[in-house]
Design a protein around this ligand. Sequence first.
Ligand code: FAD
Length: 295
Amino acid sequence: MADNSGVRTFFEKQGPSNPLVRRFIAGTSLRDGLLVVKEYSDHNISCSLDILGENVLLPEEAEKSTLGYLEAIRQISIFSPRTYLSVKLTALGMDISDQLARQNLRRLTDEARLRGGIFVRIDMEGSAYTARTHQIVAEEHRAYANVGGVVQSCLRRSDRDLESLIAENVSVRLVKGAYEESPDIAYPKKADIDVAFRRQMYQLLEKGFHPALATHDEAIINIAKKFVKQHNIDPENFEFEMLHGIRNDLQTALVKEGFAVRVYVPYGVAWYPYFSRRLAERPANVGSLLKNLFK
Ligand SMILES: Cc1cc2nc3c(=O)[nH]c(=O)nc-3n(C[C@H](O)[C@H](O)[C@H](O)COP(=O)(O)OP(=O)(O)OC[C@H]3O[C@@H](n4cnc5c(N)ncnc54)[C@H](O)[C@@H]3O)c2cc1C
């Protein structure tokens, strides 16, 4: 339903003034994003700022995204240096060429270095990009240490990818994976993804460099808390990361317990693909969507 053109037109007409859209998206401008970051920071929660927009097909669109990210880095360095930037390589032109995405990423990391070492996390997209993204992350990390990657537990290849990233001391955000993938390359059953996530989470907590455990799965979060206690792992060595609009109660509770929490705050005009992924991954959201359409 989230991909239905009628539903899309309905939500695109209303934009972030619609409460369901507003739940997941900070707004359309950098200023909207920074205002939400400020609210989180008042509650001792850090943020990763993401400009929505992916799969650009023209060099001028890639240039526009790059300029947007550069401005975000400048503003972060002034208003909120603890904030990370989250970047999608397809927004930097990866569908045009890996070379263009690399060049644009280098412009971002040069600026991030100049502005005091802002951390840049490269999001992971669908499986057509997995190997290329890991390769670019590893290369860029050798040039600028404050670059991190993402591993999706749903992919059968991920144990190997995780091992290489840990060996290179790259900070990893562990996620279950938001893209629909074929059973040849990904676990079709949620239970198997959860098993992989737990296995990879243990690896990261024991050997990873400042990992981010990015999930709202309370059962897994409780297992992480138990593991950390049993293995005497300093809560400062890792963080929990969640999406804006999901489980604010859990975010606050974790902060109160002394854990580091970061929230991924997306903003921008091209918000629909991100919004539709959020709707699709949770059947209960379809109830809210229907209420929105028919009220
Ligand atoms: C900080 C962060 C960054 C991410 N970056 C990437 C990335 O780079 N690449 C990528 O493929 N994926 C990314 N994801 C998305 C991720 O892969 C999952 O699709 C998403 O986090 C849902 O999985 P879950 O771990 O919360 O577990 P699930 O088992 O799916 O959900 C556990 C519980 O979380 C809550 N929940 C989860 N999703 C929703 C929702 N949409 N609406 C309402 N409640 C919900 C529900 O209470 C649910 O019971 C990211 C997720 C986070 C938190």
